[in-house]
Design a protein around this ligand. Structure first.
Ligand code: 13P
Length: 342
């Protein structure tokens, strides 16, 4: 193994170290505006900076947080005192990451499907991100479920782009976090989500292998297998955990460095409970299973902050509480009774 490859393997392992997971704080301008709208706060460069400073400087977060995914603007921002966020993280031993896709767009000729953009000029952008201090990247593909979708062509286009992105990341010594997200929107049952998740993951790993991506030096970020939000038959937490593990065992090579989950619209408590169940099964899994939550880690902190400076310390406390519970869930040591101790 080359020195570069060895260094990458070390970073990948550290991203999924026992007891820790990843904070997704890479909301694009429209997404962060939506979050801020929910608390009646205007999204400006300064409010976004203030909010992300709260997350990045939460004292002691390195106990539960191994890495943070930034958005381009955030990677370049600094604390009020002028220390770059990247340096704050590095000082705490937290690994900085960056979202590098440029969003998903309607796929021509395939109504209801989307394909993620951002490959053009990506090599140059990655070179800059390395200079700015990023050590891993993220690219998210969106797979919608409907009566006629996804199609094999839709899954293929997204898997191919993910693989091209991942190969470029590894060329630069960056760990690709490969994120195919099967969406929760719809009234489909859990079986349908299982079927689509397995088909998607199989295609993604086929394309990754074709593009010579080294599985030991990548992280898979994926959805849990859950029924659609509008499905009348909501599955028990045990069933979600079992079917998610079944899907992963069916389609994810054992050599992948780690698997992290997105929350994807699940509320914070079930996101934690599901992860905990998966990590407390009698069987051992081939990969560490951890979290890379956005909303499920930030919801309570965002509400507690409410856009007011005097609430920043309380918001940090709320964030740390949620991070701690998820850290425990990576070890299978979370219980619902811990929720109250905020
Ligand atoms: P959510 O946990 O809010 O789904 O966000 C995770 C993420 O990074 C989606 O790309």
């Amino acid at each position: 193994m080359s020195a570069k490859s060895q260094e990458m393997a070390t970073v990948a392992k550290a991203m999924v170290a026992p007891g820790k997971g990843i904070l997704a704080a890479d909301e694009s301008f429209p997404s962060i505006k939506k979050r801020f709208d929910s608390i009646g706060t205007e999204s400006t460069e300064e409010t976004r900076r203030t909010y992300r400073e709260m997350l990045v400087t939460a004292p002691g977060s390195q106990e539960f947080i191994s890495g943070v995914i930034f958005f381009d603007e955030t990677l370049r921002q600094a604390t009020a005192k002028g220390e770059r966020f990247v340096d704050v993280l590095a000082r705490a031993g937290i690994i900085p990451g960056i979202k590098v896709d440029t969003g998903s767009k309607a796929m021509a000729g395939f109504p209801g499907e989307e394909v993620t953009e951002g490959l053009d000029g990506l090599r140059g952008r990655l070179e800059e991100y390395v200079r700015l201090g990023a050590r891993f990247c993220k690219w998210r593909a969106v797979i919608n479920i409907g009566a006629e979708v996804p199609t094999p062509a839709g899954i293929h286009a997204n898997a191919h782009a993910l693989a091209r992105y991942a190969a470029l990341c590894q060329e630069q010594g960056l760990i690709p976090m490969v994120e195919p997200e099967v969406m929760m929107e719809g009234d489909h049952g859990i079986e349908r989500c299982y079927e689509v998740t397995v088909a998607t993951l199989r295609e993604v790993f086929h394309e990754l292998a074709e593009q010579r991506v080294v599985f030991e030096n990548m992280i898979l970020k994926t959805n849990m297998v859950v029924p659609g939000k509008k499905c009348a038959d909501q599955a028990s937490p045990k069933r979600v955990a079992e079917m998610t593990i079944q899907a992963l065992r069916t389609a994810v090579p054992a050599s992948v460095a780690g698997v992290v989950f997105l929350s994807g619209g699940q509320k914070p408590e079930p996101s934690t409970a599901h992860l905990n169940l998966m990590n407390s099964m009698a069987v051992t899994h081939p990969w560490p299973l951890s979290f890379s939550y956005g909303r499920a880690l930030q919801d309570s902190a965002l509400k507690t902050w409410g856009g007011r400076a005097e609430n920043l310390p309380a918001a940090q406390k709320a964030f740390l509480h949620r991070a701690r519970l998820n850290g425990l869930a990576t070890l299978g040591r979370y219980s619902e009774s811990m929720e109250a101790a905020a």
